[in-house]
Design a protein around this ligand. Structure first.
Ligand SMILES: Nc1ncnc2c1ncn2[C@@H]1O[C@H](COP(=O)(O)OP(=O)(O)OP(=O)(O)O)[C@@H](O)[C@H]1O
Ligand SMILES: [Mg+2]
Length: 251
């Protein structure tokens, strides 16, 4: 059974069919790519999976249970985390504090003894944050305000923050946007490490070298509908995909 399963998912904004009858199945342990021209419905799909937008119709199941009507924080509690296309961090908190807040997501309080963590912070909590800082190359910036970080560092902190919630599935919406080749190489390594640690990844991305390199499977959207799905090499050879990318809209 797929970890994440969308069936007939639609989201309309007035007359705009941003996502239109989408079926998607992401298996546990996969890096699954979601690509398509600008405005094809990728971010809307991510927003539907995380619960930021309500479904117009269709259903979403996660880990074998229906999921499509839950509020965002409960989806996070079940193990779905994300990064945003436009970075959203707590700018006036430090790097360390941003991770600490994420670790203490609401669904976690009862489970892990919130009060004792608040009073001094247990060793394992600090250890986990240290590991995430190391993973993201941000250890030397841990006391910096998030707002003062360079752009690439903010992107890294967003990813670390998503991981701090101990997710089963991470949704990445254009994590490579604005990055240079060296940064993209490091991002690639981090995404592969996530899979090696058993985290499933849904990757929305325009940087095709990255998508073709790291994904196990790819779905292609155009005008809110899936026009192709397959392995990276199948997608690269697909005529409908080429047409969608070359036919008018920039990608
Ligand atoms: N909140 C909203 N209100 C109205 N229309 C929206 C809203 N969000 C998205 N849309 C529309 O839905 C369509 C799909 O947008 P979406 O942001 O999902 O595309 P995308 O594939 O992520 O594009 P990009 O690659 O540029 O990020 C577009 O026509 C967009 O204008
Ligand atoms: Mg988008």
């Amino acid at each position: 059974m797929a970890l994440l399963e969308l069936k007939g998912v639609s989201r309309h904004f007035g007359g705009v069919r941003a996502v239109d009858g989408l079926d998607l199945a992401v298996e546990a342990g996969q890096i699954f790519g979601l690509i398509g021209p600008n405005g094809s419905g990728k971010s809307t799909t991510v927003n539907l999976i995380t619960g930021l937008f309500a479904l117009t119709s269709g259903s979403i199941a996660f880990d074998g249970r229906d999921f499509g009507a839950l509020p965002t924080h409960l989806r996070l509690g079940r193990g779905v985390a994300r990064s945003f296309q436009n970075i959203r961090l707590f700018g006036q908190l430090t790097v360390w504090q941003n991770l600490w807040v994420a670790q203490n997501s609401p669904a976690d309080h009862a489970k892990r003894g919130f009060l004792s963590r608040w009073l001094g912070g247990q060793g394992d909590v600090r250890e986990e944050i240290s590991q995430l800082l190391e993973f993201s190359g941000l250890a030397h910036k841990q006391d910096e305000l998030a707002a003062n970080l360079a752009f690439g560092e903010q992107r890294r902190l967003e990813l670390a923050r998503a991981l701090a919630t101990r997710p089963k599935l991470v949704l990445l919406d254009e994590p490579a946007a604005g990055m240079n080749n060296e940064e993209i190489g490091l991002l690639r390594d981090r995404i592969l490490k996530m899979r090696a640690q058993g985290i499933t990844v849904l990757l929305v991305e325009h940087v095709m070298e990255l998508v073709m390199d790291v994904t196990d499977r790819i779905a292609v959207l155009n005008f809110g509908q899936k026009i192709a799905e397959g392995t990276p090499s199948e997608i690269q050879a697909d005529a409908a995909v080429r047409k969608a990318y070359l036919g008018g809209e920039t990608a």
